[in-house]
Design a protein around this ligand. Structure first.
Ligand code: NAP
Length: 250
């Protein structure tokens, strides 16, 4: 019997959930619980952390999970590392479902940053107007450059004071389009864009808008998983995941 745990929080996870539901698969969808109103899923859904790798290993055993699909965001490195450890402990099959990173094309002016702190360093010292398109985590690292105006795009209204003195907050949930992102950046007279290299289509529009407006993008590279975590198969489409599930269930 196949019973699947789908670690979600991305557009890809939601697409896979639809396909699993259509296939009548026995699957549970898991959210970290970062947003107040997560997108509802056509699968039984649980919300909240498992309690580290040990907690996840116990959950896998208690729930009779046979396969885990890690479709978390490419920057959710802790969850991915925990999934590798827990699946090894529990003897459960694991794959990653990940979109490829974005690549700069002709006309793009990207500065590559290897970490959030490197992105902070890459911002100028003179006051700028920055579209800080990195979600709500890691904002406090930009507090060392309070001279900038920061445009934040968040899913929920912040429930605590923001760690940056000059902010403009746009509440919106993707996918976004080029016309909308161009107009947003023009309205706020943006001079710099900071982005995480998430990949995928839902958040790509800001990069095309930046290119059209000749704005530099500080692109933060993906965190490296531990060498062990790197050993899981990483698949790139719903079809590949479905094939992996059926192959691993034979
Ligand atoms: P993270 O740093 O890798 O995870 C921190 C902890 O959150 C994990 O150790 C785990 O807690 C819990 N967690 C994460 N994903 C979970 C899931 N799908 N189900 C249950 N628990 C989960 O991850 P993060 O960067 O905070 O991201 C949290 C979620 O937001 C992820 O599901 C991710 O797909 C989504 N997201 C992240 C980003 C980003 O830029 N990081 C952007 C968009 C969406 P325990 O150790 O207690 O199990």
């Amino acid at each position: 019997m196949t019973r699947i745990l789908l670690l979600g929080g991305t557009t890809e996870a939601s697409a896979l959930a639809r396909t699993l539901a259509e296939a009548d698969a026995d699957a549970v969808f898991s959210y970290a619980g970062r947003t107040a109103k997560p997108v509802s899923q056509p699968l039984p859904t649980r919300v909240g952390g498992f309690g580290g790798a040990e907690g996840l290993a116990a959950y896998l055993g208690d729930e009779g999970i046979t396969h885990v699909v890690d479709a978390t965001h490419p920057f959710a490195a802790q969850m991915s590392t925990n999934a590798v450890q827990a699946c090894t402990t529990a003897g459960v099959a694991l794959c990653g479902y990940e979109r490829p990173p974005w690549q700069a094309g002709a006309g793009d002016e990207w500065l590559h940053a290897t970490s959030i702190d490197a992105a902070v360093d890459a911002l100028p010292d003179s006051p700028a107007r920055v579209f800080l398109a990195i979600g709500k985590q890691n904002l406090s690292q930009f507090a060392v450059k309070p001279q900038h105006h920061y445009l934040l795009r968040l899913v929920d209204q912040p429930d605590a004071p923001l760690p940056l003195p000059q902010t403009m907050v746009e509440i919106a949930r993707g996918p976004f389009d080029v016309a909308g992102d161009t107009s947003l950046m023009q309205r706020h007279a943006i001079t710099h864009v900071v982005a995480k290299n998430a990949g995928g289509t839902g958040a790509h529009a800001k990069l095309t808008a930046a290119r059209n407006l000749n704005l530099p993008v500080i692109m933060i590279g993906r965190p490296e998983l531990s060498a062990k975590a790197g050993q899981r198969p990483v698949l790139g489409s719903v079809e590949e995941v479905m094939a992996w599930l059926s192959h691993r269930s034979d």
